[in-house]
Design a protein around this ligand. Structure first.
Ligand code: NDP
Ligand code: 8X3
Length: 253
């Protein structure tokens, strides 16, 4: 399957995996709807990518249900026929034992990673159902397969993504809509900077002394998933760097 003539909506397109996916999809000619909260970044990326394809930006916080639905309803006709949804927006907030966890961090992770994904999916699904065609990729994590110490609520949010991915696939079966999850291990993005609330030094240590995945590595896999023949659905794929064996075992030299 080719991406020309396809419209893809990517949440969390201002950074990391989402941004890398936007650049790769633009190379392949997909029409892009890029979402995030940081308008300036969206505008910069859109400026660069309009040289390769048509781009529309939507600024909203996935936690804000009304904004999500208003943004999707505001799409011009040329972008409203969404073929591909990449549910990518998300982050970890904090890394604390459960007894020390911040309730604000818990709210953020559950509201963004779980409820935000649901809101965007709910807003996009009607067009896919009408077309009896579409592809939803949910970005999960190895944290959605295996809990690690102090990962508690982030892991719970990604286990929820795993469950929602399975649930969506069951409920949308027979309706021409593919649903699949890509579950990366450690990827060097702004993820740890967000988790550690701007402590860049601490964030950098997460990716030191081994070779982590890069966002482009994950984007390549997303591209692979969305370009399979019509009858092939990558239902659930986990990818780690060579040095990672599990959520907790990373070979650092
Ligand atoms: P980044 O921090 O680099 O990117 C996160 C993206 O999510 C940004 O574009 C950010 O945009 C967006 N986002 C965050 N909160 C919100 C919000 N409330 N509303 C709208 N958009 C939001 O991290 P990654 O690229 O690493 O993360 C992308 C996905 O990959 C996440 O779901 C993460 O859980 C998952 N993942 C990451 C791994 C890693 O090791 N990096 C491994 C496994 C999974 P903005 O701030 O502009 O709103
Ligand atoms: C992000 C990877 O291991 O930091 O989902 O949770 S990890």
């Amino acid at each position: 399957m080719k991406l020309q003539d396809k419209t893809a909506l990517i949440t969390g397109a201002t950074s990391g995996i989402g941004r890398a996916t936007a650049y790769l999809f633009a190379e392949k000619g997909a029409k892009l709807i890029l979402c995030g909260r940081r308008t300036e970044r969206l505008e910069t990326i859109a400026r660069e990518l309009t040289q390769k394809t048509q781009v529309h930006i939507l600024q909203f916080d996935v936690r804000d249900k009304t904004s999500v639905f208003n943004a999707l309803e505001s799409l011009p006709n040329t972008f409203s026929n969404i073929d591909i949804l990449i549910n990518n927006a998300g982050n970890a907030h904090g890394l604390d034992a459960i007894q020390n966890g911040s309730t604000d961090d818990w709210d953020a992770m559950l509201d963004i990673n779980v409820k935000g994904l649901l809101y965007v999916s709910k807003a996009v699904l009607p067009v896919m159902l009408e077309n009896q065609s579409g592809h939803i990729i949910n970005i999960g994590s190895t944290a959605g397969k295996e809990v690690y110490p102090k990962g508690n609520v982030y892991c719970a949010s990604k286990h929820a993504v795993d469950a929602i991915n399975q649930g969506m696939r069951l409920d949308l079966n027979g309706k021409g809509i593919k649903v699949g999850a890509i579950n990366p291990g450690l990827v060097e993005t702004e993820f740890s900077e967000v988790r550690f609330k701007g402590d860049t030094e601490r964030a950098e240590t997460v990716y030191q002394n081994y070779t982590p995945l890069q966002p482009e590595d994950v984007a390549e896999i997303i591209l692979f998933a969305v370009t399979r023949p019509k009858h092939v659905n990558i239902a659930d794929l986990t990818v780690m760097c060579l040095d990672q064996a599990s959520s907790t075992i990373v070979n650092k030299n």
